[in-house]
Design a protein around this ligand. Sequence first.
Ligand SMILES: NC(=O)c1ccc[n+]([C@@H]2O[C@H](COP(=O)([O-])OP(=O)(O)OC[C@H]3O[C@@H](n4cnc5c(N)ncnc54)[C@H](O)[C@@H]3O)[C@@H](O)[C@H]2O)c1
Length: 314
Amino acid sequence: MGMLDGKVALITGAGRGLGKEEAIAMAKEGCQLVLNDIGGAFDGTGTETKVIDKIVEECKQLGTNAVANYESVTDFNKTKAMVDQAISEFGKLDIVVNNAGILRDRMIFNMAESDFDGVIAVHLKGTFNLTRHASAYFREQGKANPKLKNFGRIINTSSDSGLIGNMGQSNYGAAKAGIAAFTVITAQELKKYATVNCVVPSARTRMRTDATPKMAGFMKMKTKAGFDVFNPAHFAPLVVFLASDAARRITGEVFRCIGDKVWVYQGWHPVNRIDNNGEPFTPQVLAERVKSELLKGVQTKADSANIAQELFGS
Ligand SMILES: NC(=O)c1ccc[n+]([C@@H]2O[C@H](COP(=O)([O-])OP(=O)(O)OC[C@H]3O[C@@H](n4cnc5c(N)ncnc54)[C@H](O)[C@@H]3O)[C@@H](O)[C@H]2O)c1
């Protein structure tokens, strides 16, 4: 018996990388699938239908029903059509995985407006588009049948780039931090109808080999015991679990998974305070007290060097 028997999922960007692994892992757990991908280059240019057709065939070979969708997540009306496609093909929709992504890295002083807009459009707007339509459907179903309490699943994809910060990715990081915030808020709004969680990968896909070639060597690293840490297949079980009934009480969370490790993130929260005893601060008082008191002992955030240390002890 599969963990997702009888469920219907829609996964965006399922033609390659992490989305492909998520599709295969869900198919193995008995899920029926609408698999979306434009089949573009890593910067979002171009389209190719056979990219997603191949994964649809692979999933069918695993014994499940799967259909392709070739549209862009940036198009509000076409994401509505994706939800409608799931309902017309399989009679319902239970799970949405917002995974499609592109990269257009530039330092901020060199970034073209189109590089900023293009990345925000796929990641942040794309996540909004599909969530907007799926959540209306989950709510309508939930109201019509109260027994379906909390049945929908929305799984969004963020990145350390947004949660910790990464130079050259102000467009991508802003979108990914926005997706984490969007997750927290929509989880509150959809409490009765669906869970909404966010996942944070780090895996050997073309995003880390072709789009950011300086990461390619790191992505091949194995532990001393020979474990292939960044194999993208290791990430999919977290998504399958969050999509399942077993995760029905987990919502509004952000999880990172790399290899054999899973972390839970906590968002921005105040860690220290100074008080001016009923008087507004002046710039001069702040100049005296911010560094010496407010920022004293406040740790700098984790960065990728900390993660490497944790994974490889070097
Ligand atoms: N690989 C990592 O280490 C890593 C780290 C953090 C976050 N992520 C995120 O994981 C997700 C998957 O990335 P990946 O590494 O598998 O990259 P990938 O390039 O291998 O796959 C992304 C897929 O999304 C598709 N896509 C792009 N724009 C689309 C659009 N407008 N509509 C529909 N499909 C579209 C592409 O054609 C591609 O097949 C992305 O959201 C990415 O930002 C990846």
